[in-house]
Write a protein that binds this ligand. Structure first.
Ligand SMILES: N[C@@H](CCC[C@H](N)C(=O)O)C(=O)O
Length: 274
């Protein structure tokens, strides 16, 4: 057991424990992640962001992450259950805020490495952070079993897998206490499930049940998947997406998706949980 520095941050209340590990010395186990994310016995979070220099990862980077080599800092993201995910949209904004907060970056434009490659970061004049999320891939349709019955939606990859379903009833009324049942042939690695309503022109309400974390108050990649599902294929659009923890904006065009929203660091300290 070692005492290690940590920070805590959130983006629209999707919250993360941040672990600075610049030289890649930390062997982070599933158990470590679960302990840190535990909301009663730990610090509490929907996931962990390990802050590591991309160059120390070397050959361990998978082919999809190769462009991450351009970025000095790599976001090693883990879900609260200890599983690894390819991308986290709110996580990248919080990671960017952390780099700025501790002075590891001092520019308004930079890149962050992820398992889905390098993501461009822009710090906006109002303090929000915009992430160039890159491609959004429509992969067909699928369905999920919820407490209220089966819902159908769009299968979408934002680096990580999503099923975004438009529903008739207000999302506020949904019971998301149980994990959605997914078609394992469509989603062999599981998926994040988004439920959304169109509430006004250009405005969507969304709730999400995340793979590896359960229902969260926001999911950046899920917000992008929802915006894409609500947009006719081939068209450009801008959406405000309202979630339990706040609101983000998504711009979609032929070049891909940009996600904008707030990100905050709320605590720093030392932990002996790992
Ligand atoms: N909350 C994240 C997504 C985190 C990963 C996801 N649970 C998965 O397993 O794919 C976001 O803001 O995108």
């Amino acid at each position: 057991m070692v005492d290690m520095r940590f920070a805590k941050g959130h983006g629209t209340e999707n919250d993360f424990v941040i672990l600075p590990d610049p030289d890649g010395e930390l062997e982070l186990t599933k158990e470590d992640v679960r302990s840190l994310c535990d909301r009663r016995a730990g610090i509490g979070g929907d996931g962990v962001l390990r802050v590591v220099r991309t160059r120390v990862l070397g050959e361990t980077l998978a082919p999809a992450a190769r462009t991450a080599e351009r970025a000095e800092w790599f976001m090693d993201y883990r879900n609260a259950d200890g599983s690894i995910a390819e991308m986290c949209g709110n996580g990248v904004r919080v990671f960017a805020r952390y780099l700025l907060h501790v002075g590891l970056v001092d520019s308004d434009r930079f890149e962050i490495g992820t398992r889905d490659g390098a993501k461009g970061v822009t710090v906006e004049a109002n303090g929000d952070i915009t992430i160039d999320m890159g491609r959004v891939e429509r992969q067909g349709v699928s369905s999920a079993g919820l407490a209220r019955g089966v819902v159908h939606g769009a299968q979408i990859s934002v680096g990580n897998p999503h099923l975004a379903c438009e529903i008739d009833e207000p999302v506020a009324d949904l019971d998301l206490s149980r994990p959605p049942e997914l078609d394992a042939d469509d989603f062999p690695e599981g998926a994040n499930v988004e439920l959304y309503n169109r509430v006004a022109p250009g405005v969507l309400d969304m709730r999400v049940y995340e793979r590896g974390s359960g229902e969260t108050r926001s999911c950046g990649t899920g917000i992008v998947a929802t915006a894409a599902a609500a947009t006719p294929e081939g068209q450009s659009a801008t959406w405000r997406v309202r979630v339990l923890g706040g609101e983000c904006t998504v711009e979609l065009d032929a070049s891909g998706a940009r996600l904008s929203g707030p990100a905050a660091i709320v605590a720093e300290g030392e932990t002996s949980l790992i």
